[in-house]
Design a protein around this ligand. Structure first.
Ligand code: GLN
Length: 557
Protein backbone atom coordinates (compact mmCIF):
# COMPACT_ATOMS: atom_id res chain seq x y z
CA UNK A 1 0.00 0.00 0.00
CA UNK A 2 1.34 3.45 -0.82
CA UNK A 3 1.83 5.94 1.98
CA UNK A 4 -0.63 8.65 2.86
CA UNK A 5 0.56 12.22 3.27
CA UNK A 6 -0.28 14.82 5.89
CA UNK A 7 0.82 18.35 4.99
CA UNK A 8 1.24 20.77 7.85
CA UNK A 9 1.22 24.48 7.04
CA UNK A 10 1.05 27.52 9.26
CA UNK A 11 -0.71 30.84 9.11
CA UNK A 12 -1.11 34.25 10.77
CA UNK A 13 2.22 34.35 12.59
CA UNK A 14 5.29 32.16 12.94
CA UNK A 15 6.19 30.29 16.12
CA UNK A 16 2.78 28.70 16.51
CA UNK A 17 4.37 25.32 17.07
CA UNK A 18 3.89 23.73 13.66
CA UNK A 19 6.84 21.45 14.27
CA UNK A 20 5.44 20.30 17.58
CA UNK A 21 2.03 19.85 15.99
CA UNK A 22 3.53 17.68 13.24
CA UNK A 23 5.54 15.70 15.81
CA UNK A 24 2.47 15.25 18.01
CA UNK A 25 0.36 13.98 15.12
CA UNK A 26 3.18 11.52 14.39
CA UNK A 27 3.20 10.44 18.02
CA UNK A 28 -0.58 9.93 18.01
CA UNK A 29 -0.48 7.88 14.83
CA UNK A 30 2.27 5.70 16.29
CA UNK A 31 0.08 5.20 19.37
CA UNK A 32 -2.38 3.65 16.90
CA UNK A 33 0.24 1.22 15.64
CA UNK A 34 0.98 3.07 12.39
CA UNK A 35 4.45 3.65 11.01
CA UNK A 36 5.28 7.28 10.30
CA UNK A 37 8.04 9.39 8.86
CA UNK A 38 8.33 13.17 9.13
CA UNK A 39 10.05 15.79 7.04
CA UNK A 40 10.40 19.54 6.91
CA UNK A 41 10.83 21.99 4.08
CA UNK A 42 12.51 25.25 5.01
CA UNK A 43 11.87 27.98 2.44
CA UNK A 44 15.08 29.94 3.05
CA UNK A 45 17.98 29.95 0.59
CA UNK A 46 20.77 28.66 2.83
CA UNK A 47 21.69 25.13 1.79
CA UNK A 48 21.42 24.06 5.42
CA UNK A 49 21.30 25.83 8.79
CA UNK A 50 24.88 24.75 9.60
CA UNK A 51 26.43 28.15 9.02
CA UNK A 52 23.56 30.26 10.32
CA UNK A 53 23.84 32.15 13.60
CA UNK A 54 22.13 30.48 16.54
CA UNK A 55 20.36 33.81 17.12
CA UNK A 56 18.86 33.68 13.63
CA UNK A 57 18.04 30.07 13.44
CA UNK A 58 18.10 28.44 16.85
CA UNK A 59 19.68 25.06 17.35
CA UNK A 60 21.22 23.10 14.51
CA UNK A 61 19.97 19.57 15.03
CA UNK A 62 22.37 16.85 13.88
CA UNK A 63 21.13 13.50 12.59
CA UNK A 64 23.01 10.19 12.64
CA UNK A 65 24.13 10.65 9.04
CA UNK A 66 25.67 14.00 9.93
CA UNK A 67 23.09 16.32 8.37
CA UNK A 68 22.81 19.75 9.99
CA UNK A 69 19.09 20.31 10.16
CA UNK A 70 16.28 22.40 11.53
CA UNK A 71 15.45 22.06 15.21
CA UNK A 72 11.98 20.75 14.39
CA UNK A 73 13.64 17.47 13.43
CA UNK A 74 14.62 17.21 17.08
CA UNK A 75 10.93 17.32 17.99
CA UNK A 76 10.19 14.66 15.38
CA UNK A 77 12.78 12.33 16.86
CA UNK A 78 11.75 13.00 20.45
CA UNK A 79 8.07 12.35 19.76
CA UNK A 80 8.28 9.40 17.35
CA UNK A 81 10.45 6.48 16.31
CA UNK A 82 11.11 7.89 12.84
CA UNK A 83 14.75 7.56 11.78
CA UNK A 84 15.74 10.88 10.31
CA UNK A 85 18.52 11.77 7.91
CA UNK A 86 19.40 14.50 5.42
CA UNK A 87 16.41 13.28 3.39
CA UNK A 88 14.09 14.64 6.05
CA UNK A 89 15.01 18.31 5.82
CA UNK A 90 15.19 20.31 2.61
CA UNK A 91 15.76 24.01 2.18
CA UNK A 92 15.04 25.99 -0.97
CA UNK A 93 18.82 26.38 -1.27
CA UNK A 94 19.37 22.64 -1.33
CA UNK A 95 16.56 22.03 -3.82
CA UNK A 96 18.04 24.66 -6.13
CA UNK A 97 21.56 23.35 -5.62
CA UNK A 98 20.33 19.98 -6.86
CA UNK A 99 18.56 21.50 -9.88
CA UNK A 100 21.50 23.69 -10.88
CA UNK A 101 23.86 20.72 -10.71
CA UNK A 102 21.53 18.80 -13.03
CA UNK A 103 21.21 21.78 -15.35
CA UNK A 104 25.00 22.17 -15.63
CA UNK A 105 25.30 18.47 -16.33
CA UNK A 106 22.85 18.86 -19.18
CA UNK A 107 20.22 16.60 -17.62
CA UNK A 108 17.36 18.82 -18.80
CA UNK A 109 18.24 18.24 -22.46
CA UNK A 110 18.03 21.86 -23.46
CA UNK A 111 14.65 22.57 -21.88
CA UNK A 112 13.92 25.81 -20.05
CA UNK A 113 14.24 25.00 -16.34
CA UNK A 114 11.29 26.46 -14.40
CA UNK A 115 9.71 26.55 -10.96
CA UNK A 116 6.78 24.55 -12.33
CA UNK A 117 7.46 21.72 -13.10
CA UNK A 118 11.18 21.40 -12.31
CA UNK A 119 11.35 22.83 -8.81
CA UNK A 120 7.99 21.36 -7.80
CA UNK A 121 8.99 17.96 -9.18
CA UNK A 122 12.17 18.03 -7.14
CA UNK A 123 10.11 18.88 -4.03
CA UNK A 124 7.63 16.10 -4.73
CA UNK A 125 10.46 13.60 -5.27
CA UNK A 126 11.88 14.54 -1.87
CA UNK A 127 8.49 13.87 -0.23
CA UNK A 128 8.05 10.56 -2.00
CA UNK A 129 11.47 9.42 -0.90
CA UNK A 130 10.63 9.67 2.80
CA UNK A 131 7.24 8.07 2.27
CA UNK A 132 8.68 4.70 1.30
CA UNK A 133 7.95 1.89 3.76
CA UNK A 134 5.70 3.93 6.06
CA UNK A 135 1.95 4.25 6.50
CA UNK A 136 1.96 8.02 6.80
CA UNK A 137 4.48 10.70 5.82
CA UNK A 138 4.02 13.99 7.64
CA UNK A 139 5.37 16.94 5.69
CA UNK A 140 5.82 20.29 7.41
CA UNK A 141 6.22 23.38 5.28
CA UNK A 142 8.19 26.05 7.14
CA UNK A 143 7.25 29.71 7.12
CA UNK A 144 3.80 31.22 7.05
CA UNK A 145 1.23 31.02 4.26
CA UNK A 146 1.54 34.11 2.11
CA UNK A 147 5.33 34.19 2.18
CA UNK A 148 6.78 34.54 -1.31
CA UNK A 149 9.51 32.00 -0.67
CA UNK A 150 7.22 29.18 0.44
CA UNK A 151 5.11 29.30 -2.74
CA UNK A 152 6.89 26.47 -4.64
CA UNK A 153 6.38 24.17 -1.64
CA UNK A 154 2.71 25.12 -1.39
CA UNK A 155 2.31 24.48 -5.09
CA UNK A 156 4.00 21.09 -4.72
CA UNK A 157 1.65 19.98 -1.94
CA UNK A 158 -1.32 21.24 -3.96
CA UNK A 159 -0.15 19.06 -6.84
CA UNK A 160 0.20 16.09 -4.48
CA UNK A 161 -3.53 16.31 -3.69
CA UNK A 162 -4.27 16.57 -7.39
CA UNK A 163 -2.10 13.55 -8.12
CA UNK A 164 -3.04 11.25 -5.24
CA UNK A 165 -6.56 12.33 -4.32
CA UNK A 166 -8.36 13.11 -1.10
CA UNK A 167 -7.97 9.74 0.54
CA UNK A 168 -4.21 9.91 0.34
CA UNK A 169 -3.55 13.51 1.28
CA UNK A 170 -4.59 15.67 4.20
CA UNK A 171 -4.04 19.37 4.78
CA UNK A 172 -3.57 20.47 8.36
CA UNK A 173 -3.30 24.20 8.92
CA UNK A 174 -1.98 25.62 12.18
CA UNK A 175 -3.42 29.03 12.92
CA UNK A 176 -3.97 31.50 15.74
CA UNK A 177 -7.18 32.38 17.57
CA UNK A 178 -6.16 35.24 19.86
CA UNK A 179 -8.08 36.40 22.90
CA UNK A 180 -8.45 40.16 22.75
CA UNK A 181 -8.55 41.48 26.29
CA UNK A 182 -10.24 44.79 25.44
CA UNK A 183 -13.17 42.99 23.83
CA UNK A 184 -12.99 39.98 26.18
CA UNK A 185 -13.38 37.83 23.08
CA UNK A 186 -11.62 35.20 21.04
CA UNK A 187 -11.13 36.47 17.50
CA UNK A 188 -11.53 34.23 14.45
CA UNK A 189 -10.70 36.79 11.75
CA UNK A 190 -6.95 36.06 11.52
CA UNK A 191 -7.81 32.38 10.93
CA UNK A 192 -10.36 33.30 8.26
CA UNK A 193 -7.77 35.43 6.48
CA UNK A 194 -5.14 32.75 6.70
CA UNK A 195 -7.46 30.14 5.18
CA UNK A 196 -8.44 32.61 2.46
CA UNK A 197 -4.74 32.96 1.66
CA UNK A 198 -4.40 29.19 1.40
CA UNK A 199 -7.48 28.96 -0.80
CA UNK A 200 -6.02 31.54 -3.16
CA UNK A 201 -3.21 29.09 -3.94
CA UNK A 202 -5.61 26.22 -4.37
CA UNK A 203 -5.39 24.53 -0.97
CA UNK A 204 -8.51 23.88 1.10
CA UNK A 205 -7.41 22.82 4.60
CA UNK A 206 -9.09 19.76 6.10
CA UNK A 207 -8.15 20.30 9.73
CA UNK A 208 -7.49 23.58 11.54
CA UNK A 209 -5.29 23.43 14.61
CA UNK A 210 -6.16 26.66 16.38
CA UNK A 211 -3.51 27.88 18.79
CA UNK A 212 -5.23 29.64 21.63
CA UNK A 213 -4.90 30.21 25.34
CA UNK A 214 -8.39 28.93 26.15
CA UNK A 215 -10.85 26.33 24.95
CA UNK A 216 -12.82 27.22 21.85
CA UNK A 217 -16.57 27.09 22.52
CA UNK A 218 -18.93 25.21 20.22
CA UNK A 219 -20.06 28.59 18.86
CA UNK A 220 -16.56 29.68 17.95
CA UNK A 221 -15.78 26.33 16.39
CA UNK A 222 -19.02 26.55 14.41
CA UNK A 223 -18.15 30.01 13.18
CA UNK A 224 -14.64 29.02 12.07
CA UNK A 225 -16.02 25.89 10.40
CA UNK A 226 -18.60 27.90 8.47
CA UNK A 227 -16.22 30.61 7.29
CA UNK A 228 -13.33 28.29 6.52
CA UNK A 229 -15.34 25.51 4.92
CA UNK A 230 -14.19 22.73 7.24
CA UNK A 231 -16.17 20.34 9.43
CA UNK A 232 -16.91 21.65 12.91
CA UNK A 233 -15.18 18.58 14.35
CA UNK A 234 -12.07 19.50 12.39
CA UNK A 235 -11.67 22.81 14.21
CA UNK A 236 -9.27 21.79 16.96
CA UNK A 237 -8.44 23.67 20.13
CA UNK A 238 -4.66 23.59 20.28
CA UNK A 239 -4.47 25.12 23.72
CA UNK A 240 -1.23 26.42 25.22
CA UNK A 241 0.24 23.88 27.60
CA UNK A 242 2.93 24.01 30.27
CA UNK A 243 4.85 21.06 28.84
CA UNK A 244 5.34 20.26 25.18
CA UNK A 245 4.90 16.58 26.01
CA UNK A 246 1.27 17.31 26.78
CA UNK A 247 0.49 18.24 23.17
CA UNK A 248 -0.15 14.67 21.92
CA UNK A 249 -2.44 14.10 24.91
CA UNK A 250 -4.33 17.36 24.28
CA UNK A 251 -4.69 16.46 20.60
CA UNK A 252 -6.01 13.02 21.55
CA UNK A 253 -8.68 14.61 23.74
CA UNK A 254 -9.69 16.69 20.73
CA UNK A 255 -9.88 13.54 18.61
CA UNK A 256 -7.21 14.58 16.11
CA UNK A 257 -6.07 11.00 15.45
CA UNK A 258 -9.63 9.74 14.90
CA UNK A 259 -10.21 12.52 12.43
CA UNK A 260 -6.97 11.83 10.56
CA UNK A 261 -7.80 8.13 10.30
CA UNK A 262 -11.29 8.89 9.02
CA UNK A 263 -10.13 11.41 6.40
CA UNK A 264 -7.31 9.19 5.18
CA UNK A 265 -9.42 6.01 5.37
CA UNK A 266 -6.84 4.30 7.50
CA UNK A 267 -7.52 1.26 9.63
CA UNK A 268 -5.67 1.27 12.94
CA UNK A 269 -5.79 -0.22 16.40
CA UNK A 270 -7.08 1.57 19.47
CA UNK A 271 -4.92 4.36 20.76
CA UNK A 272 -2.42 3.61 23.52
CA UNK A 273 -0.94 6.82 24.85
CA UNK A 274 -0.36 5.53 28.37
CA UNK A 275 3.39 6.19 28.33
CA UNK A 276 2.86 9.80 27.30
CA UNK A 277 0.12 10.22 29.88
CA UNK A 278 2.60 8.96 32.44
CA UNK A 279 5.13 11.60 31.32
CA UNK A 280 2.49 14.32 31.67
CA UNK A 281 1.62 12.99 35.12
CA UNK A 282 5.27 13.24 36.13
CA UNK A 283 5.54 16.77 34.76
CA UNK A 284 2.73 17.87 37.07
CA UNK A 285 3.64 15.76 40.10
CA UNK A 286 7.37 16.09 40.79
CA UNK A 287 8.74 14.88 44.12
CA UNK A 288 11.27 17.71 44.35
CA UNK A 289 13.27 20.22 42.35
CA UNK A 290 16.78 20.20 40.93
CA UNK A 291 18.62 23.34 39.84
CA UNK A 292 21.13 23.23 37.01
CA UNK A 293 23.29 26.14 35.94
CA UNK A 294 24.20 26.25 32.25
CA UNK A 295 27.22 28.40 31.57
CA UNK A 296 27.33 29.58 27.99
CA UNK A 297 27.40 32.58 25.71
CA UNK A 298 24.12 32.26 23.83
CA UNK A 299 22.12 32.51 27.01
CA UNK A 300 19.76 35.17 25.73
CA UNK A 301 18.27 32.84 23.22
CA UNK A 302 17.12 29.52 24.54
CA UNK A 303 16.18 28.10 21.15
CA UNK A 304 19.86 27.70 20.40
CA UNK A 305 19.98 24.89 22.97
CA UNK A 306 16.60 23.26 22.39
CA UNK A 307 17.69 19.62 22.54
CA UNK A 308 19.94 20.27 25.51
CA UNK A 309 17.12 21.73 27.52
CA UNK A 310 14.79 18.91 26.59
CA UNK A 311 17.43 16.28 27.44
CA UNK A 312 17.79 17.84 30.90
CA UNK A 313 14.01 17.71 31.30
CA UNK A 314 14.09 14.01 30.35
CA UNK A 315 16.86 13.40 32.87
CA UNK A 316 14.81 15.15 35.56
CA UNK A 317 11.58 13.35 34.68
CA UNK A 318 13.42 10.02 34.99
CA UNK A 319 13.89 10.88 38.71
CA UNK A 320 10.46 12.48 39.10
CA UNK A 321 12.09 15.86 39.52
CA UNK A 322 11.12 19.30 38.36
CA UNK A 323 13.94 20.90 36.45
CA UNK A 324 14.99 24.42 37.18
CA UNK A 325 17.49 25.66 34.61
CA UNK A 326 19.34 28.92 34.94
CA UNK A 327 21.40 30.25 32.08
CA UNK A 328 24.54 31.88 33.32
CA UNK A 329 26.23 34.36 31.02
CA UNK A 330 29.82 33.08 30.95
CA UNK A 331 31.35 36.54 30.60
CA UNK A 332 29.42 37.67 33.69
CA UNK A 333 31.44 35.24 35.83
CA UNK A 334 34.59 37.19 35.02
CA UNK A 335 33.19 40.68 35.33
CA UNK A 336 29.84 40.51 37.13
CA UNK A 337 28.91 42.60 40.19
CA UNK A 338 28.69 39.46 42.27
CA UNK A 339 31.67 37.15 42.69
CA UNK A 340 31.64 33.90 40.78
CA UNK A 341 31.26 32.00 44.05
CA UNK A 342 28.09 33.93 44.78
CA UNK A 343 26.81 33.38 41.28
CA UNK A 344 27.49 29.65 41.31
CA UNK A 345 26.69 28.79 44.93
CA UNK A 346 23.07 27.77 44.46
CA UNK A 347 23.39 25.19 41.72
CA UNK A 348 23.05 21.46 42.19
CA UNK A 349 24.89 20.82 38.95
CA UNK A 350 26.89 22.85 36.43
CA UNK A 351 26.87 22.28 32.70
CA UNK A 352 28.93 23.85 29.92
CA UNK A 353 27.28 23.13 26.57
CA UNK A 354 28.58 23.18 23.02
CA UNK A 355 29.62 26.45 21.47
CA UNK A 356 31.95 28.20 19.08
CA UNK A 357 34.35 31.10 19.37
CA UNK A 358 36.37 32.73 22.08
CA UNK A 359 33.83 34.84 23.88
CA UNK A 360 33.00 33.61 27.36
CA UNK A 361 35.69 30.92 27.50
CA UNK A 362 37.46 32.34 30.57
CA UNK A 363 34.12 32.48 32.41
CA UNK A 364 33.46 28.85 31.55
CA UNK A 365 36.90 27.93 32.93
CA UNK A 366 36.01 29.70 36.19
CA UNK A 367 32.78 27.72 36.47
CA UNK A 368 34.54 24.44 35.72
CA UNK A 369 37.25 25.07 38.29
CA UNK A 370 34.55 25.83 40.83
CA UNK A 371 32.67 22.61 40.01
CA UNK A 372 35.87 20.55 40.14
CA UNK A 373 37.13 21.96 43.41
CA UNK A 374 33.78 22.15 45.20
CA UNK A 375 32.79 18.69 43.93
CA UNK A 376 29.65 19.98 42.23
CA UNK A 377 28.44 17.54 39.53
CA UNK A 378 29.75 18.76 36.20
CA UNK A 379 28.71 17.87 32.69
CA UNK A 380 30.71 19.28 29.78
CA UNK A 381 29.37 18.77 26.30
CA UNK A 382 31.66 19.24 23.29
CA UNK A 383 33.04 22.72 24.05
CA UNK A 384 32.30 21.84 27.70
CA UNK A 385 34.66 18.86 27.47
CA UNK A 386 37.32 20.89 25.70
CA UNK A 387 37.19 23.66 28.33
CA UNK A 388 37.28 21.05 31.11
CA UNK A 389 40.55 19.73 29.64
CA UNK A 390 41.96 23.26 29.38
CA UNK A 391 41.00 24.03 32.96
CA UNK A 392 42.60 20.82 34.18
CA UNK A 393 45.79 21.44 32.21
CA UNK A 394 46.07 24.97 33.58
CA UNK A 395 45.11 24.58 37.20
CA UNK A 396 46.07 21.00 38.00
CA UNK A 397 48.94 20.26 35.62
CA UNK A 398 50.54 23.70 35.83
CA UNK A 399 50.30 24.53 32.12
CA UNK A 400 49.14 28.07 32.76
CA UNK A 401 48.85 28.97 29.09
CA UNK A 402 47.05 25.83 27.97
CA UNK A 403 44.30 26.57 25.51
CA UNK A 404 42.51 25.45 22.40
CA UNK A 405 44.00 26.64 19.13
CA UNK A 406 40.46 27.83 18.35
CA UNK A 407 40.75 30.53 21.03
CA UNK A 408 44.49 31.17 20.94
CA UNK A 409 46.23 29.92 17.80
CA UNK A 410 49.62 30.84 19.29
CA UNK A 411 49.23 28.98 22.57
CA UNK A 412 52.35 27.02 23.61
CA UNK A 413 50.07 24.23 24.91
CA UNK A 414 47.40 23.29 22.40
CA UNK A 415 45.57 20.86 24.63
CA UNK A 416 42.72 21.15 22.15
CA UNK A 417 43.57 21.55 18.47
CA UNK A 418 42.03 21.18 15.06
CA UNK A 419 41.14 17.76 13.78
CA UNK A 420 44.22 16.71 11.84
CA UNK A 421 42.45 15.61 8.72
CA UNK A 422 40.62 18.89 8.47
CA UNK A 423 43.64 21.15 8.77
CA UNK A 424 43.88 23.57 5.94
CA UNK A 425 40.18 23.44 5.16
CA UNK A 426 39.13 27.06 4.94
CA UNK A 427 35.46 27.05 4.03
CA UNK A 428 33.08 27.22 6.97
CA UNK A 429 30.21 25.16 5.56
CA UNK A 430 30.29 21.40 6.01
CA UNK A 431 33.85 21.02 7.33
CA UNK A 432 33.09 19.67 10.74
CA UNK A 433 33.25 16.21 12.20
CA UNK A 434 29.56 15.47 11.99
CA UNK A 435 27.09 12.76 12.79
CA UNK A 436 27.31 9.39 14.50
CA UNK A 437 30.68 7.90 15.40
CA UNK A 438 31.30 4.78 17.44
CA UNK A 439 33.00 5.16 20.81
CA UNK A 440 34.65 2.54 23.01
CA UNK A 441 34.31 3.02 26.71
CA UNK A 442 37.00 2.12 29.25
CA UNK A 443 35.82 -0.66 31.56
CA UNK A 444 35.35 0.33 35.18
CA UNK A 445 34.85 4.04 34.53
CA UNK A 446 31.90 6.19 35.54
CA UNK A 447 31.02 6.32 31.83
CA UNK A 448 30.85 2.51 31.82
CA UNK A 449 28.61 2.51 34.88
CA UNK A 450 26.33 5.11 33.32
CA UNK A 451 25.95 3.50 29.90
CA UNK A 452 26.05 -0.08 31.15
CA UNK A 453 27.87 -1.04 27.97
CA UNK A 454 31.26 -0.61 26.36
CA UNK A 455 30.30 0.34 22.85
CA UNK A 456 28.18 3.36 22.10
CA UNK A 457 27.39 5.61 19.17
CA UNK A 458 26.85 9.33 19.56
CA UNK A 459 26.46 12.35 17.31
CA UNK A 460 29.12 14.99 16.77
CA UNK A 461 29.46 18.53 15.54
CA UNK A 462 32.90 20.01 16.08
CA UNK A 463 36.18 20.99 14.42
CA UNK A 464 38.60 20.76 17.32
CA UNK A 465 39.64 17.78 19.42
CA UNK A 466 41.67 16.63 22.38
CA UNK A 467 45.39 16.59 21.56
CA UNK A 468 46.77 13.17 22.51
CA UNK A 469 50.24 14.68 23.00
CA UNK A 470 48.94 15.97 26.34
CA UNK A 471 47.38 12.68 27.37
CA UNK A 472 50.35 11.68 29.55
CA UNK A 473 50.46 14.98 31.44
CA UNK A 474 46.73 15.18 32.02
CA UNK A 475 46.26 11.56 33.04
CA UNK A 476 49.26 11.80 35.38
CA UNK A 477 47.42 14.75 36.97
CA UNK A 478 44.37 12.56 37.57
CA UNK A 479 42.17 13.01 34.50
CA UNK A 480 40.80 9.81 33.04
CA UNK A 481 40.09 9.27 29.37
CA UNK A 482 37.00 7.12 29.55
CA UNK A 483 35.97 6.92 25.88
CA UNK A 484 37.75 6.98 22.51
CA UNK A 485 36.97 6.08 18.92
CA UNK A 486 37.66 2.34 18.41
CA UNK A 487 40.88 3.14 16.48
CA UNK A 488 42.02 5.34 19.36
CA UNK A 489 42.35 8.49 17.27
CA UNK A 490 39.80 10.68 18.96
CA UNK A 491 39.20 11.20 22.64
CA UNK A 492 35.44 11.12 23.14
CA UNK A 493 34.98 11.14 26.91
CA UNK A 494 36.87 12.28 29.98
CA UNK A 495 36.13 12.09 33.69
CA UNK A 496 37.71 12.79 37.07
CA UNK A 497 37.78 9.70 39.27
CA UNK A 498 38.29 11.69 42.48
CA UNK A 499 35.14 13.73 41.89
CA UNK A 500 31.61 12.44 42.51
CA UNK A 501 30.38 13.22 38.99
CA UNK A 502 32.61 15.07 36.56
CA UNK A 503 32.11 14.07 32.93
CA UNK A 504 32.99 15.58 29.60
CA UNK A 505 32.06 14.26 26.19
CA UNK A 506 33.14 15.43 22.75
CA UNK A 507 29.78 14.41 21.27
CA UNK A 508 26.28 15.79 21.77
CA UNK A 509 24.23 13.25 23.72
CA UNK A 510 21.29 15.67 23.85
CA UNK A 511 20.43 14.84 20.24
CA UNK A 512 19.51 11.30 21.17
CA UNK A 513 17.52 11.86 24.34
CA UNK A 514 13.77 11.30 24.31
CA UNK A 515 11.17 11.72 27.04
CA UNK A 516 10.41 8.00 26.91
CA UNK A 517 14.10 7.09 26.62
CA UNK A 518 16.07 9.62 28.67
CA UNK A 519 19.73 9.64 27.72
CA UNK A 520 21.83 7.84 30.38
CA UNK A 521 24.32 10.73 30.67
CA UNK A 522 21.56 13.23 31.39
CA UNK A 523 19.74 10.88 33.72
CA UNK A 524 22.94 10.27 35.66
CA UNK A 525 23.99 13.92 35.76
CA UNK A 526 20.61 15.15 36.98
CA UNK A 527 20.48 12.33 39.55
CA UNK A 528 23.94 13.25 40.86
CA UNK A 529 22.96 16.93 40.91
CA UNK A 530 19.88 16.12 42.97
CA UNK A 531 21.98 14.18 45.49
CA UNK A 532 24.45 17.03 45.65
CA UNK A 533 21.58 19.47 46.17
CA UNK A 534 20.29 17.49 49.15
CA UNK A 535 23.75 17.51 50.69
CA UNK A 536 24.28 21.17 49.86
CA UNK A 537 21.01 22.23 51.48
CA UNK A 538 21.63 20.09 54.57
CA UNK A 539 25.09 21.64 55.02
CA UNK A 540 23.70 25.12 54.50
CA UNK A 541 20.96 24.51 57.07
CA UNK A 542 23.48 23.12 59.56
CA UNK A 543 25.73 26.14 59.04
CA UNK A 544 22.80 28.48 59.64
CA UNK A 545 21.92 26.69 62.88
CA UNK A 546 25.54 26.92 64.02
CA UNK A 547 25.64 30.58 63.06
CA UNK A 548 22.53 31.19 65.16
CA UNK A 549 23.86 29.41 68.26
CA UNK A 550 27.55 30.19 68.12
CA UNK A 551 28.11 33.08 65.76
CA UNK A 552 31.73 33.70 66.89
CA UNK A 553 32.80 30.11 66.12
CA UNK A 554 30.75 29.60 62.99
CA UNK A 555 32.18 32.69 61.44
CA UNK A 556 35.74 31.53 61.96
CA UNK A 557 35.41 28.14 60.30
N1 GLN B 1 34.13 25.02 19.02
C1 GLN B 1 34.45 23.66 19.33
C2 GLN B 1 34.87 22.89 18.09
O1 GLN B 1 34.62 23.31 17.01
C3 GLN B 1 33.27 22.98 20.00
C4 GLN B 1 32.11 22.75 19.11
C5 GLN B 1 30.87 22.39 19.85
O2 GLN B 1 30.79 22.57 21.04
N2 GLN B 1 29.86 21.92 19.15
O3 GLN B 1 35.42 21.82 18.21
Amino acid sequence: MSAKYIFVTGGVVSSLGKGLAAASIGCLLESRGLKVNLMKFDPYLNVDPGTMSPFQHGEVFVTDDGAETDLDLGHYERFTHAKLSRDNNWTTGRIYEQIITKERRGDYLGKTVQVIPHVTNEIKAAMKKVAQDVDVAIVEVGGTVGDIESLPFMEAIRQMRQELGREHTLFVHVTLVPFIAAAQELKTKPTQHSVKELLSIGIQPDILLCRTDRFLSKDIKGKIALFCNVEEEAVITAKDVASIYEVPVVFSHEGVDTLVLRYLRLEAKDRDLSKWEDIVHRVYNPKAEVTIGIVGKYVEYEDSYKSLKEALVHGALAHNLKLQVNWIEAEGLETGDRTYEEQLADYDGILVPGGFGKRGIEGMLIAIRYAREKKVPYFGICLGMQTACIEFARNVCGLAEANSSEFDPATPHRVIYKLRELRGVEELGGTMRLGAWPCKIEPGTLAHKIYGQLEISERHRHRYEFNREYEGTLTAGGLKISGSTPDGTYVEMIELPDHPHFIGCQFHPEFKSKPLEPHPLFKSFVGAAYEHGLKRRAEKAAAEVEMFHRPEKAGKR
